[in-house]
Design a protein around this ligand. Structure first.
Ligand code: ADP
Ligand code: MG
Length: 256
């Protein structure tokens, strides 16, 4: 993989990057996020796991303001999340997000997918943006696909393009919401390897995944959610070998 500087400042700097304090969120009568307190340090890789419906996706979506919160606060790099306009577009660039479904622009080439946001939001000139896009596409192993359209790529390739597109914006933190769960099994590893490399390079990452191998090898911390609450947080070693809560024990007994 080609070396591209993505997260230098994240490696160099220290301190808390993403801070959630007493965050609450309802969908009608459903209290989907309940008093969430969560702090993610610069360069930290946090894996979020928990049963379906526990609020993991909603948690991710509040951090780049795809969902609003009812009470509490979320800050990134010490600043509260903006509400609208250009500030919001910049936030979405600062907080790269990779979803289960690949969400590429179907009518744009791979190269255009990775170039557009750089020009529109980061105000780069087209040539510099394309150069960075090609370097990132090489880095995630799809450089040869640059002129193709998403539908011509495999799911694993599309997901790697989605990662490159987020990285092109020079995000401060990357959110991954079950990035491999829609992939055919033989494509899961190629995506996890890109994420592993990103983690090693010092990117701050919040990763919702059921890939426990990834959690064990890449995560600094596991956050276990159930029923809209953070029930338990621990190092992967401690969490997998010695979960403290009954909810976590029960969950692990079903998936391991
Ligand atoms: P997870 O990602 O852990 O499976 P989600 O955050 O997707 O959980 O969902 C948590 C709960 O909130 C679920 O009960 C889900 O049905 C509900 N939910 C999610 N999004 C919405 C929405 N936009 N409107 C109403 N309910 C929602
Ligand atoms: Mg989810």
């Amino acid at each position: 993989m080609t070396e591209v500087s993505v997260a230098k400042e994240e490696v160099a700097a220290t301190g808390d990057l993403v801070v959630l304090k007493s965050v609450n969120k309802h969908f009608g009568a459903l209290h989907v996020l309940q008093d969430i307190d969560l702090t993610i340090a610069r360069g930290e890789v946090v894996v979020v796991i928990g049963p379906s419906g526990s609020g993991k996706s909603t948690l991710c979506r509040t951090i780049n303001r795809l969902e609003t919160i009812d009470s509490g606060s979320i800050t990134i790099d010490g600043k509260p999340l903006p509400h609208e306009g250009k500030e919001l577009a910049r936030l979405r660039a600062d907080v790269g997000m990779v979803f289960q479904s690949f969400n590429l622009f179907a009518h744009k080439t791979v190269l255009e997918n990775v170039t557009l946001g750089q020009v529109k939001v980061r105000k780069k000139d087209k040539k510099a943006a394309e150069e960075r896009a090609r370097a990132l596409l090489d880095r995630v192993g799809v450089g040869a696909q640059a002129e193709k359209y998403p539908a011509q790529l495999s799911g694993g390739q599309q997901q790697r393009v989605a990662i490159a597109r987020a990285l092109a914006m020079e995000p401060k933190v990357m959110l991954f919401d079950e990035p491999t769960s829609a992939l055919d099994p033989e494509m899961i590893n190629e995506v996890l390897e890109v994420m592993q490399q990103l983690a090693r390079d010092g990117m701050t990452m919040i990763v919702v995944t059921h890939e426990m191998g990834f959690a064990r090898s890449a995560a600094n911390r596991v956050v276990f959610m159930a029923d809209g609450r953070v029930v338990e947080q621990a190092s992967p070693d401690q969490f997998f070998s010695n979960p403290r809560s009954d909810r976590a024990k029960d969950f692990l007994s079903k998936i391991l």
